[in-house]
Design a protein around this ligand. Sequence first.
Ligand SMILES: [Zn+2]
Length: 384
Amino acid sequence: MFTSKLIPISFKRLLAVFLVSTIFSASSAIFDDPEVRHHLKTGIQTVVIDAGHGGKDPGAVGTRVVEKDIALKIALKLGNYIEENIKDVKVIYTRKTDVYLELFERAKIANENKADLFISIHVNANPNPVPFGVSTHILGMNQENQNLDVAIRENSVILMEEDYQTRYEGFDPTSAESYIMFSLMQNTFLKQSIEFGSLVQDQFRERANRKDRGVIRQPLLVLRETAMPGVLIETGFISNPDEQKYLMTGEGQSIIASAIFRAFRDYKEIIENRSHFNNDISPREDTADTAEPDVDPSLIFFRVQIASSRNRVPADPSAFKGYQDVSIIEEGRWFKYVVGGNADYNMALEQCRKVKKDFPDAFVVAVRGDKIFPLSEALIEINK
Ligand SMILES: [Zn+2]
């Protein structure tokens, strides 16, 4: 069992400084990158779905089931939903049966097929049976003293590969030095990966009723090796008895897969709308109640989301328990209803606490111009 204790705190701090500076210098120039421009132009044509582990590699071992089997079932369901419902997307699986694949082979499949998105499906585990919930991981690091359990556990699959040190350029998943080397590369696809990850977590939280553990940056080897936006989704904890039971059921697997499917559908639409917009094919028309002409579009505001819907509901106070200041934000196929507005995050949290009396599921969102963007990014940006 590998734990984060293998990496001393001082190393983590050093690492975090390294990574944060590397990643953020990369993201500012993201739209100048020709590869990113390619993805924005062509939209989402090919997705690679990677069921983690397989064959001799069981992944995390629960009391009643192993990770590789749950990952495969969810991956196949997800692929099937996309194939059935989004005909213009080609779905490629790294595995469709219980076979062992080396980590670099998974990335190679995605790279050779020039995938537009890489989705790796896994199941989390912890020595403690209490933790539960779903998280989506993207390449990078979140903060100093970050818990690297997921990266160490998932990267350690390469220890089963012969000659892994040559293949992964001396990378040792259990050593702190390896993670420092890792930090020297740039995550070209950070922005899109975060965007997709946030949609996945939104779906898990709002529609699938799972505990949202967030979009988390982790130095994951499989994401480092893939040349496209990508995420690794931990679909729950096999070590939590209730969640293990849920993940073993066909219904639980379907709910998880359909949440990822809806996030994929929304992401595709957002990326493709944006590429049209960038190409001036169909510029978006702002409607009266989404435009905010008096607000500097570069400023970040924290607002409280109280509801969302597929069909546009007029922002009439009678429809929203008397709230006078409801604005509508259009995002993909969704209309999101927000109230309040604060440049100060803590004030927004306070406001949210009050709004929850009327809308118990309310939560704080970051808004710039007329777009919601990931809260984690907003908080980093305002703290710069
Ligand atoms: Zn795994």
